[in-house]
Design a protein around this ligand. Sequence first.
Ligand SMILES: NC(=O)C1=CN([C@@H]2O[C@H](COP(=O)(O)OP(=O)(O)OC[C@H]3O[C@@H](n4cnc5c(N)ncnc54)[C@H](O)[C@@H]3O)[C@@H](O)[C@H]2O)C=CC1
Ligand SMILES: O=C1[C@@H](O)[C@H](O)[C@@H](O)[C@H](O)[C@H]1O
Length: 348
Amino acid sequence: MTLRVGVIGTGAIGREHVRRMTQVLKGAEVVAVTDVNAAQAREVVDAFKLQAVIYENGQELIRAQDVDAVMVTSWGATHEEFVLASIAAGKPVFCEKPLAVTAEGCKAIVEAESAFGKRLVQVGYMRRYDRGYRAVKEALVNGTIGEPLILNCAHRNVSVPDFYTRDMSIVDTFIHELDVHRWLLDDDYVSVQVVQPRKSRLAGSHLQDPLLVYMETAKGVRINGEIFVNCKYGYDIQCQVVGEMGIVSLPEPMSVTMRSEAKLSTGLLTDWKERFIEAYDIELQDWIDSTLRGEMNGPSAWDGYAAAIASDACLEARDSGAIVRISMPERPSFYRHPSEDKAASGIS
Ligand SMILES: NC(=O)C1=CN([C@@H]2O[C@H](COP(=O)(O)OP(=O)(O)OC[C@H]3O[C@@H](n4cnc5c(N)ncnc54)[C@H](O)[C@@H]3O)[C@@H](O)[C@H]2O)C=CC1
Ligand SMILES: O=C1[C@@H](O)[C@H](O)[C@@H](O)[C@H](O)[C@H]1O
């Protein structure tokens, strides 16, 4: 069976996901695309020799009879509208992060999906599929380093495009950390403080770059985070958890060491596409397979909502300079995995 997918937004990641669905993964065919930049949609159809209809807009694509499932890879601020329309049409939808740019927007999606009565939404938090992050999670679950106490992390990009706004360092960039640390630690955030160090002269004048983010979780873990989106030297994602009996760190991407011209050196990546290429492949193959089985396994609309509650608080903390409390509503049973319910009721 083949999942017929319609893609809304064929820019950087939309193009990448079309490439992997067409050339790398199994079980999906891109049958429809749309982009507000029609030339961009045409370019992708031609580049991958797709037998796909180019729709005027996302709403028309979602309504199309032959689109079984929707992929939303347009700008963050447009996600909410397309995810809500997909739910209204009863179609499974893979939405790139963020699920919506505010917690209020995510809440509307959670409510619509709950009212529909079946999970339809997966959010593109691909780090949960990254082998390195999974190894860190496994070490934490196994208790190898005892209980986690401190998490140190950094999200560094070489540079960002001109359209990158001040809020995007939180709602578009650090949102990955907000999701993956909640998942890694199996914990929720209770407070955040955002501190603005000396500003880099190499960042756009409208940006405050870098930023430091200090968070506390319900279990008392302290998170020290750095966001630096014009670091110039590479795409560098760091995560280290200090526990009672040891430290577990995210492995560096594989890279040869060179001895050459009187130097010992190791290359760094510069692009998110390469850094997480395997994670995106695994993530989307899982989405295709589970959607074909009529299930939805990956990061849920609730996870998207939880990350957005934290990112709203980060923005408030950045603007006020205060420590902002984060209050996370209790996760409804609709968003629990069946195995968690069994564990909670003692059924094995
Ligand atoms: N999971 C990850 O690591 C990554 C996720 N993303 C997310 O994917 C989304 C897109 O990011 P990029 O591809 O980097 O941006 P981009 O700007 O390269 O591409 C977005 C495309 O969407 C189109 N678009 C915008 N509004 C639209 C609308 N209403 N209808 C149809 N098309 C529309 C634009 O014309 C553009 O071609 C963002 O939400 C971003 O956060 C992006 C990069 C990596
Ligand atoms: O998701 C991504 C981009 O949208 C975002 O703008 C970058 O900062 C991240 O590193 C990348 O993974």
